[in-house]
Design a protein around this ligand. Structure first.
Ligand code: NAP
Length: 255
């Protein structure tokens, strides 16, 4: 018996999980990406790209493709697709596992300010001109145009298009991972005195947080959105175990 896994991805962990599952003979994996990135990295399993058409579209996909297990390994800020996954799993009875990176925790020496959204982040920067490093995606970055007194360094995977109508902004295109030493050099080179970021968790983008701590720089962190309840694991290894267990029980039941 081979179970079909739909893996909702777009994260480093989803790619890692796909890589580990690629050679197995007890399951096949379809990786689903939002399709936001112009040049996505190569994936180790078959992949589809783009929305399903809301929760109804996802329900239809699960049924038509006879998906046996749904894994939500999306980014912690991609709350809509996680909500859709929870509803679709409930409606179809397809078991759902969430693979969720734990959030970063404040460490001694950190100067964090937590805010609910980008608008609050802009307010938290204050009225005096600052040198701000922004690592948010193009979907959430527009409110910074309301604070043209600052100089910005904006890093994103894809170009911010159209560019922000701000007098002083530099753009950096990079997808990481980012190491602390390089992040420290970047913050110093641009004389950054505030970082605005999401609490993404994991190691790939933690370098800027550690670098800001080392340099005594303030970090304005966007709170994570609420995500649906349900069965979750925090690591790729735990997700593999969970899936292997599912595949074994499905096989015993002759599904
Ligand atoms: P979202 O608000 O949760 O998703 C919006 C819609 O995009 C979903 O309703 C779905 O469309 C589609 N979608 C999202 N992920 C999908 C997937 N894996 N497969 C197929 N369709 C998917 O997420 P978002 O708009 O992409 O991003 C929200 C936040 O997460 C942003 O802060 C962004 O920077 C961050 N983020 C997202 C990703 C990512 O891969 N999505 C990666 C890194 C960071 P339908 O309703 O039509 O199915």
């Amino acid at each position: 018996m081979v179970i079909k896994v739909l893996l909702l991805g777009g994260t480093f962990e989803a790619r890692q999980l796909a890589k580990h599952l690629a050679g197995r003979d007890d399951m096949t994996v379809m990786l689903s990406l939002a399709g936001r990135t112009a040049q996505p990295v190569a994936q180790p399993v078959p992949a589809r790209s783009g929305g399903f058409g809301g929760v109804d579209g996802l329900i239809r996909y699960l049924q038509e493709q006879r998906i046996g297990v749904l894994v939500d390994a999306t980014h912690p800020y991609a709350a809509q697709i996680s909500r859709n996954a929870a509803v679709a799993a409930e409606v179809t009875g397809v078991p759902l596992l969430g693979l969720r990176r734990p959030a970063w925790e404040e460490q001694p020496g950190d100067r964090w300010r937590r805010v609910a959204d980008t608008t609050q982040a802009v307010a938290a920067l204050g009225s005096d001109p600052r040198h701000v490093f922004v690592t948010l995606g193009r979907q959430e970055i527009r409110p910074f145009t309301g604070a043209p007194q600052h100089r910005y360094l904006v890093r994103s995977v894809d170009p911010i298009d159209p560019p922000l109508s701000l007098p002083r902004v530099d753009y950096l295109l990079d997808r990481g991972p980012f190491r602390e030493a390089e992040e420290r050099a970047l913050l110093q080179a641009h004389r950054i005195d505030a970082v605005v970021a999401k609490n993404s968790g994991g190691t790939a983008t933690y370098g800027k947080i550690a670098a800001a701590r080392a340099l005594g720089i303030e970090v304005v962190l966007l709170d994570r959105p609420d995500l649906p309840e349900g069965e979750t694991v925090a690591t790729v290894e735990a997700a593999i175990d969970w899936l292997a267990h599912r595949a074994a029980s499905a096989s015993m039941r002759g599904e």
